[in-house]
Design a protein around this ligand. Structure first.
Ligand SMILES: NC(=O)c1ccc[n+]([C@@H]2O[C@H](COP(=O)([O-])OP(=O)(O)OC[C@H]3O[C@@H](n4cnc5c(N)ncnc54)[C@H](OP(=O)(O)O)[C@@H]3O)[C@@H](O)[C@H]2O)c1
Length: 286
């Protein structure tokens, strides 16, 4: 660890090798935080460090090796960091991916892996940090949920289920920790241009004989279209920093095109109408 200042706010981010995690690391560093940018493959750190150098904030970032599904990584890194810095002021639980495919065709192992990363891994990291935040009576935990945690789509059932689980977990944890001055927050983005759309989507392609073939192809087209046209992820990084700076943050921060409208419509419209619209959207064009 190269930082000797003990009093600078320290933020720990999971999944900082790309996407929101990388941009959020840079945004915190620019705002004067000391950033522990964790990633499961340290060979990827150069992308982040190169950008940090260009922005003149390299001294505010330290890369740490941590796979959220590996308890050994968590057990060795978090206590070390706490010993050096005294506390983690902000934890950003960002690491995650989306497993695409229809339930019948997705091996159970794929489901388990989705939850290991997006849900149990996040809980494991959180549990490692909680005792220190509680003791210091301060801290903010920002969990990256998704519009998929408010509204589920066909072909993304494991992802949606993991984000719905995260929503429930975060509501409960917030109530557990508020009396100790620790704030738990959900950031709920819509669709943003990151690598999430190109990872975890292999099942849409893997079965030429699939009874879902047309739908798989149609969903893959939609995913590819989103990957090209989605919003700029920097706005999510900026929001995360803003939330971390709030003294009394809300529980939920939806962000992105149509996210608020979609959640409102879900509350207002009969569910059968919504089903019809979604099924029409994914049905292959003749
Ligand atoms: N992009 C969107 O439209 C969107 C919308 C709503 C919510 N989100 C959420 O935002 C978060 C970040 O996603 P992103 O869009 O930035 O995707 P991304 O560009 O694919 O980045 C995901 C990050 O998570 C890391 N990761 C995956 N599994 C991990 C593990 N077991 N341990 C540690 N790190 C791991 C990846 O590392 P590797 O490089 O090693 O794979 C990568 O750094 C996710 O939780 C996602 O669900 C994204």
């Amino acid at each position: 660890m190269k930082v000797s200042e003990q009093h600078r706010s320290v933020v720990f981010i999971t999944g900082a090798s790309g996407g929101f995690g990388l941009l959020t690391s840079l945004a915190f560093a620019e705002s004067g935080y000391f950033v522990l940018a964790s990633m499961r493959d340290l060979a990827k750190k150069e992308t982040l460090l190169e950008k940090a150098r260009k922005q003149g904030v390299e001294a505010n970032i330290e890369c740490v090796c941590l796979d959220v599904t590996k308890q050994d990584d968590i057990d060795s890194e978090i206590p070390d960091i706490i010993e050096h810095f005294g506390n983690i002021d902000v934890l950003v639980n960002n690491a995650g991916y989306a497993a695409g495919g229809f339930t019948e065709e997705l091996p159970l192992e794929e489901w388990r892996q989705q939850f290991e990363t997006n849900f149990f891994g996040l809980i494991a990291v959180t549990k490692a940090v909680l005792p220190y935040m509680r003791k210091h009576q301060r801290g903010t935990i920002i969990n990256l949920s998704s519009i998929s945690g408010k509204m589920a789509l066909p072909g993304l059932a494991p992802y949606s289920a993991s984000k719905y689980a995260l929503e429930g977990f975060s509501e409960a944890l917030r109530l557990e920790m508020l009396p100790y001055g620790v704030h738990v927050v959900l950031v709920e983005p819509g669709s943003y241009q990151t690598d999430i759309w190109s990872k975890g989507m292999d099942h849409f392609n893997s079965y030429p004989e699939s009874p879902y073939r047309d739908k798989n192809e149609s969903l893959l087209k939609i995913v590819n279209h989103i990957a090209k046209t989605a919003d700029n992820p920097e706005e999510v990084a900026r929001l995360i920093v803003k939330v971390a700076q709030e003294e009394n943050p809300d529980l939920r921060y939806p962000i992105g095109k149509n996210v608020r409208t979609m959640t409102r419509l879900k509350k207002l419209l009969p569910w059968r109408w919504i089903e019809r619209v979604i099924l029409k959207k994914i049905s292959p064009r003749k």
